[in-house]
Design a protein around this ligand. Structure first.
Ligand code: UD1
Length: 430
């Protein structure tokens, strides 16, 4: 497996183009199952998770094409065309679904359009128990019968789904995506209460509306959907990745320097930008993106609590913790979305970080210096937190198991080295 070698100490200087959002691209691609017609998505990032989803959709009969030639692998933002003319199979098998949790969401369009789906229970990042009970509750409310058999969810609605009131007891992004896709093709009116307000939900709703869905209120906690009999093809551009933008903003706050995050949209990550500013970096919105600078001043310790949007995203928690390892003073980081999302703590400690865990809180005592070491990536966001720490550590860090990075960060080593960081990928022997 590939590794990434980083020699810390360089400031970041330059421009980092922000890719299309992985967490928007995945549900958008899945939405292609809702129509016989062609769905064209622009700005789809080139990532392992996207490639895996292409295989899963291909299994159901989705025809996939990419615009333009792959320019020796250097072309990264793709325009993709997805056409689910005929769905040849409503089964999503374990060996594919177990590798990426979001692929479970195919259950919604399959049951809405075909009246049945058999989808393996998901796997994905090892960040605590991540059940699918709320996704299934939403489908049941819409009239599907659900059975669980030998690790598979069997959802059936032979006469079609029907509109309903769905109240989520807890904010769930996947649950909201599922409810939106299913309700779009249900008979009648659906109201989703306590819906997720994440920008990726709004992006999915925008695309569904272009496909002919009748959705009101996406981005608010109550969403209303008036079902339609058929959806059509559409053309949609994936929104920029706020998690990638926040990650590089924290990298600059960590190393110092001056970087333009090209194409990033501040309103998608305001609460994270606010916390980063409190640490001592300056943030400016420009018409090209977000400019992040830190010169001279040290890193101030700042407390942070994750929350559903518009709160601080859990997907930036590990990166913020990495930043706090070098702060002047102690910060308290509280994780409210996922239990057990602190696997990066042990690895950050290998670089010299001082972090204590107390239930859902991490108490980070800033240190003067971090020192490079071999570390192991455990999940997507945790692995990039190790990269951030390594950029400020003395000497060499080798991040092993970079497969996790490739799932969510497009061309990370290129983007960082173009800004002066000493980062390279070491291909695995053989
Ligand atoms: C999505 C994101 C992920 C992000 C998360 C929270 C994608 C591909 N993934 O994941 O990067 O960290 O939102 O912003 O977009 N829950 C239940 N039952 C359910 C579903 C969820 O109890 O049926 C719980 C989860 O365990 C978690 C919370 O609800 O505690 C939020 O999870 P959810 O928003 O559903 O996360 P995902 O959609 O899986």
């Amino acid at each position: 497996m590939d590794r990434i070698r980083i020699v810390g100490g360089n400031k970041l200087q330059g421009t980092i183009p922000i890719s299309g959002a992985k967490n928007a691209a995945l549900p958008l691609m899945i939405a292609s199952l809702l129509t016989r017609e062609r769905l064209t998505l622009k700005n789809v990032p080139e990532l392992a998770d996207v490639n895996l989803l292409v295989r899963i959709l291909g299994n159901h009969g989705v025809d996939y094409a990419v615009d333009g030639k792959r320019n020796g692998g250097s072309q990264h933002a793709h325009t993709v065309h997805l056409t689910a003319g005929d769905i040849v199979d409503t089964l999503a098998p374990y060996d594919l679904v177990s590798r990426m949790r979001a692929s479970f969401w195919v259950v919604a369009p399959l049951v809405a359009r075909m009246g049945e789906a058999k989808v393996s229970l998901p796997g994905g990042c090892a960040i605590g128990t991540r059940p699918v009970d709320l996704l299934l509750m939403a489908l049941e409310k819409l009239g599907a019968t659900i059975e669980i058999e030998a690790g598979y969810v069997i959802a059936k609605a032979p006469k079609g789904l029907r509109g309903a009131e769905i109240s989520f007891p807890k904010v769930t992004v996947g649950g909201t995506h599922t409810a939106l896709m299913a309700a779009s093709l249900a008979h009648g009116h659906t109201v989703i209460h306590n819906a997720a307000r994440e920008p990726e939900v709004v992006d999915l709703a925008d695309c569904l509306i272009k496909m002919g869905a009748r959705i009101k209120g996406a981005g608010h906690s109550t969403i209303e959907v008036e079902g339609v009999a058929n959806l059509s093809g559409a053309y949609h551009t994936v929104l920029p990745d706020r998690i990638e933008a926040g990650t590089y903003a924290m990298a600059v706050a960590m190393t110092g320097g001056d970087v333009l995050l090209e194409g990033a949209r501040p309103e998608l990550l305001q609460s994270a930008l606010d916390r980063i500013e409190e640490t001592g970096a300056s943030i400016d919105a420009t018409n090209q993106g977000i400019r992040v600078r830190r010169n001279g001043a040290g890193i101030a310790a700042v407390d942070m609590t994750t929350a559903p949007f518009p709160g601080f995203p859990t997907d930036l928690q590990a990166q913020f913790m990495a930043l706090m390892t070098r702060a002047k003073g102690t910060s308290r980081i509280t994780e409210t979305i996922f239990e057990n999302r602190f696997m990066h703590v042990q690895e950050l400690a290998r670089l010299g970080a001082r972090i204590r865990l107390e239930g859902d809180q991490a108490i980070v005592e800033g240190v003067e210096r971090l020192e490079g070491a071999p570390v192991m990536a455990t999940d997507l966001r945790a692995s990039v937190s190790l990269v951030i720490a390594a950029l400020a550590a003395e000497g060499e860090t080798i991040v092993n198991r970079v497969y996790h990075l490739d799932r969510g960060f497009e061309r990370l080593e290129h983007k960082l080295s173009a800004c002066g960081a000493e980062v390279e990928r070491l291909a695995s022997p053989g």
